[in-house]
Design a protein around this ligand. Structure first.
Ligand SMILES: Cc1cc2nc3c(=O)[nH]c(=O)nc-3n(C[C@H](O)[C@H](O)[C@H](O)COP(=O)(O)O)c2cc1C
Length: 335
């Protein structure tokens, strides 16, 4: 099952292993450099089914740090085009994750923005409340980055609505205290995400897959949990092609972590939205990944930290299961 094909829209995935987005903090001025070519090249050589490039800022102050990738100017756009062209050699479908960090931005820009003026913790600056005009500018920035991503040749695009960044800040009642049409009940708190999706879709080709990453639990009684996310995702399921399910990050809370700890969230959202899902969270052992897929709880399995530790992990797992991933002629000698 782990090495079964999956087709979703334009994506022809050779196996079910996804390299999830993982920030590497190696960029200068948001531009792709040699590090990214080698890093993602190594991952692609390992033959996962799908690679999602790390969180990439849609504006300078929307980056998580000054060393994040960005996709808001021509120089960055050109550097992404070169990366995609090079990675094409390995024939692994590629997505990019677009993000605005909101109150969790750690860049040197003087002002931070969020739905409401509530800081993450005492180490972070208190953000300014976004005006409606500024909200429109950020929505437009997502569309501009999506256009650059399409021109760069990406097969798919992931909107980052997880881990406590700006879109997540709008979704949660803990961080969104607005009294205008962007705040209130969940239907109003969804408005910003809906606007981002609509703006992205106005430029993103219909035939290319659109992914959404969410945190399906705020791990706080005053926030959203799985039940709230089921309602919110049912309301927008028609707008997206794959749901990438994570949890947490809104508050400085560390959940209890164990192999498969987020699997149930993916499973419930798969059943209630009927969307293909990606599950993440310590799913890198062959038997557990295989179980998650065979029991129908998820369609795809992210292997993040395990791919950092061994970028050839898919080849390693295939060998363990007596299979051989094709197109890896030089590495087959290592069996
Ligand atoms: C170094 C590092 C950077 C990460 N950066 C991102 C990111 O840019 N975007 C994102 O959605 N998640 C990010 N994550 C979360 C991973 O995508 C993944 O969900 C998490 O590591 C759990 O999967 P794993 O147990 O297979 O590592 C990051 C995780 C790590 C370890």
């Amino acid at each position: 099952m782990l090495f079964e094909h999956l087709r979703v829209k334009n994506l022809q995935l050779e196996n079910r292993i996804v390299v999830p987005p993982m920030c590497t903090y190696q960029a200068i001025d948001g531009v792709v450099n040699q590090f990214h070519h080698i890093h993602y090249g190594a991952m692609a050589l390992g033959k996962p089914g799908f690679i999602i490039i790390e969180a990439t800022g849609v504006t300078p102050e929307g980056r998580i740090s000054d060393h994040d990738l960005g996709l808001y100017n021509e120089q960055q756009a050109q550097s992404f085009k070169e990366l995609v062209t090079q990675l094409r050699t390995f024939a692994v479908p590629l997505a990019i994750q677009l993000n605005h960090a909101g109150r969790k931005s750690g860049t040197n820009d003087s002002v931070k923005y969020a739905p409401s003026s509530i800081r993450f913790d005492e180490t972070m600056r208190t953000p300014n409340t976004l005006t409606q005009e500024q909200i429109k500018e950020i929505v437009a920035a997502f569309a501009q980055s999506a256009q650059y991503a399409d021109e760069a040749g990406f097969d798919a695009l992931e909107i980052h609505a997880a881990h406590g960044y700006l879109i997540h800040q709008f979704l949660s009642p803990i961080t969104n205290h607005r009294t205008d049409e962007y705040g209130g009940t969940y239907r109003y708190r969804l408005r910003f995400l809906r606007e981002v999706i609509a703006a992205v879709k106005s430029v993103w080709p219909k035939e290319k897959a659109l992914l959404l990453r969410i945190s399906a639990d705020d791990y706080h009684a005053d926030g959203n949990g799985l039940a709230e996310y089921v309602e919110m995702m049912k309301a927008i399921a028609k707008e997206i092609d794959i749901l990438d399910v994570s949890t947490g990050g809104l508050l400085p809370i560390q959940p209890h972590v164990y192999p498969g700890y987020q699997l149930n969230y993916a499973s419930v959202l798969k059943n209630t939205t009927q969307l293909p899902v990606i599950a993440a969270g310590l799913l890198h052992e062959y038997d557990l990944a295989q179980y998650a897929l065979e029991s129908g709880q998820t369609d795809l399995v992210a292997m993040g930290r395990a791919m950092l530790s061994n970028p050839h992990l898919p080849i390693t797992l295939a060998r363990k299961s007596g299979q051989r991933l094709l197109q890896q002629i030089p590495y087959n000698k290592g069996v």
